[in-house]
Design a protein around this ligand. Structure first.
Ligand code: FHN
Length: 600
């Protein structure tokens, strides 16, 4: 054993003996920054979504798995991973001018290939024509330009390692033998490879600001904890993401491209693709629009959530032009409007606004206008703080505010909504707001996350990190919600649910809903009456069901009570594209209920 390895082994043993150190993590920069750039780069960038000249479905970095490529074949990609146009300063500049405050880079993805020279694996950058350490170069570029650095490390999946074989999720021919002969020894992989590589990553590159683990799958809590411990011991200030497993990280985890549906009161990050893949795919031209991506950043900020957008460079290091265009578009907007994102705390109101989003900071509320508000008027019914003034953030143009019981803003004519103008509303004191839900532009939008949970005979439903219901079925109780009705009349009741994109809409789901003193909707079938056409469709599509109409004879506070009678069945796209029929569901993923005023 060479000296470097001996020191490493001693250090690791110390990590195991000490266990978890006292947490000294500094979350301030991460909360303040709100915006990061993810980079997926590896041998899959060489394959670029094709194997043997044929396009392969699915996310590009999974091509080895989806195209069922044995390791002996896959490793040949290393010869073609040239990095010939790799310019880490240009990548960092791209992130920085867009306003991103941190970068997270794939040091090892599920394929097992290390983008740095590793002493414990020969499947690393030294196999490529590139003779330097691209990770070191990227870290240095981040430091030069003042961005925080995060390392992505696939801690559970490693298709190069038989001992880390997952099987259910994984093509079993990687190792050149039948499934029955593969006898994984996960503990050995963790101790001898993963933790040793963590030590390399945490001791060779100076201060690392964020460690981004992924797909914890079947790790035990103890195993996840060792991945926490190694960071705490070697880099006590480093933040650990939620996907280390068992909520042991410093912030919570959402699914890929999963947009939270209401304001959250915890540290959370949303990670998103610009098209349908993380790793480069030459045939994926289905890019989200620059405005869509900017809206996602703003929406995340309005939920109090960080947003990390991904780029997937080509094998030579070139960033696809649509990604550059998106980052530049965000950068232009951020130049004038970044104060409405950095260090903000999300929408202070419980309302979802039809015209856009809101964030706040101290005594300031920022209103992000995606479209012209109805009659160019915004009425902030829940605002309790006295207002000093309002203006368009990018130009300083005054926005008149009147106070007739509720503050009302008159939005100037002819704003360019393609550029998402922001109203800066300055209050005379730190923002105070009511907890109630009000009607905006004829819609009362009631997030389920605000509800009171009444547990059932079989335990309790709960609210997931992203604000949707989880474990909500006939046995787990009911949800009570409230809203303010200030205009009596008839209202359509629309219920929004979401689902993972691999699942079809659940058939046969039935609910019971009571709305104030209206006759209750008993065991109503949830129909797929419509689906929102937006960036969520690729990940967690949102569907609505119109369950009927209610009448309010008087204004005032109204109570709603939601229960599930049956959750229904769905079919699911399996991991290799197979159609899995008639799975049952133990949850309806409710997001919000809308009461829509009938205006006839
Ligand atoms: O399987 C990976 C996937 O390839 C990609 O890296 C994403 C990014 O969040 N994480 C995993 C799936 O959630």
């Amino acid at each position: 054993m060479n000296l470097r390895k001996l020191v490493g082994t001693l250090l690791l043993s110390w990590v195991f003996v000490c266990g978890q150190a006292k947490q000294q993590v500094d979350m301030d920069w991460w909360r303040e920054g709100r915006f990061g750039m993810f980079i997926h780069w590896g041998l899959y960038s060489v394959a670029a979504g094709e194997w043997n000249g044929k396009p392969v479905d699915g996310i590009g970095e999974w091509i080895q798995n989806f195209a069922k490529v044995p390791n002996s074949e896959y490793e040949k990609l290393a010869d073609k991973f040239t990095l010939s146009n790799y310019d880490p300063d240009a990548w960092v500049k791209l992130a920085k001018q867009a306003g991103a405050r941190y970068i997270v880079f794939t040091t090892k993805h599920h394929e097992g290939f290390c983008l740095y020279p590793s002493d414990v694996s020969d499947f690393d950058i030294e196999r490529t024509p590139y003779k330097r350490d691209p990770l070191k170069e990227l870290v240095e570029a981040c430091r030069r330009q003042g961005l925080k650095v995060g390392f992505y490390y696939s801690h559970r999946q490693d298709w190069r390692e038989e001992d880390a074989a997952v099987m259910k999720n994984e093509y079993d021919g990687h190792y050149g033998k039948p499934r029955s002969e593969v006898k994984p020894n996960l503990d050995r992989y963790i101790k001898e490879k993963a933790l040793s590589q963590m030590k390399e990553l945490l001791t060779r590159y100076g201060k690392i600001d964020l460690l981004w683990y992924d797909t914890p799958f079947d790790l035990t809590k103890e195993q996840s904890q060792t991945f926490v411990n190694v960071v705490r011991e070697l880099q006590p200030e480093c933040i650990i993401n939620g996907r280390v497993g068992y909520n042991l990280g410093d912030y919570g985890a959402l699914g890929d491209n999963e947009m939270p549906c209401s304001r959250v009161n915890m540290d959370l990050e949303m990670v998103a693709t610009m098209n349908h893949t993380w790793g480069y795919k030459k045939n994926d031209h289905d890019w989200k629009s620059p405005k869509d991506i900017l809206c996602s950043l703003i929406e995340c900020a309005s939920r109090g959530v960080n947003y990390m957008i991904n780029i997937g460079p080509k094998e030579d290091g070139t960033v696809p032009q649509p990604s550059v265009d998106i980052m530049n578009f965000i950068g232009n907007w951020m130049q004038a409007n970044s104060e409405s994102v950095y260090g903000t705390s999300g929408n202070p109101f419980n309302d979802n606004f039809p015209w856009g989003y809101a964030t706040h900071k101290d005594n300031i509320i920022y209103l992000h206008l995606l479209r012209e508000p109805l009659n160019r008027r915004i009425i902030l019914k829940g605002l309790l703080s006295p207002v000093e003034k309002a203006e368009i953030l990018s130009s300083g143009m005054a926005v008149p505010v009147s106070d007739k019981g509720h503050y009302a803003l008159t939005i100037p004519a002819e704003l360019d909504y393609g550029q998402i103008p922001v109203v800066k509303l300055v209050c005379k004191a730190p923002v105070r707001f009511s907890e109630d839900n009000y009607m905006n532009e004829n819609i009362v939008s009631i997030p389920v996350a605000n509800g009171k949970i009444i547990p059932g005979k079989e335990g309790s439903l709960s609210i997931a990190e992203g604000g949707n219901t989880q474990n909500f079925h006939a046995g787990t109780g009911k949800l009570q919600l409230k809203c303010e009705i200030d205009e009596p009349g008839a209202y359509k009741v629309r219920i929004f649910t979401s689902r993972h994109w691999r699942r079809t809409f659940a058939e046969g789901a039935k609910i019971t809903l009571k709305v104030d003193d209206n006759p209750s909707f008993n065991s109503v079938l949830m129909q797929k009456d419509g689906e929102l056409a937006n960036v969520r469709q690729n990940s967690y599509p949102e569907t609505w069901s119109d369950v009927g109409t209610v009448n309010f004879r008087q204004k005032g506070t109204k109570e709603l009570e939601l229960a599930v009678n049956s959750t229904g069945t769905f079919s699911r796209l399996g991991f290799f594209g197979e159609d899995i029929q008639n799975e049952s569901e133990n949850n309806i993923r409710f997001m919000r209920i809308e009461l829509i005023k009938e205006t006839r």
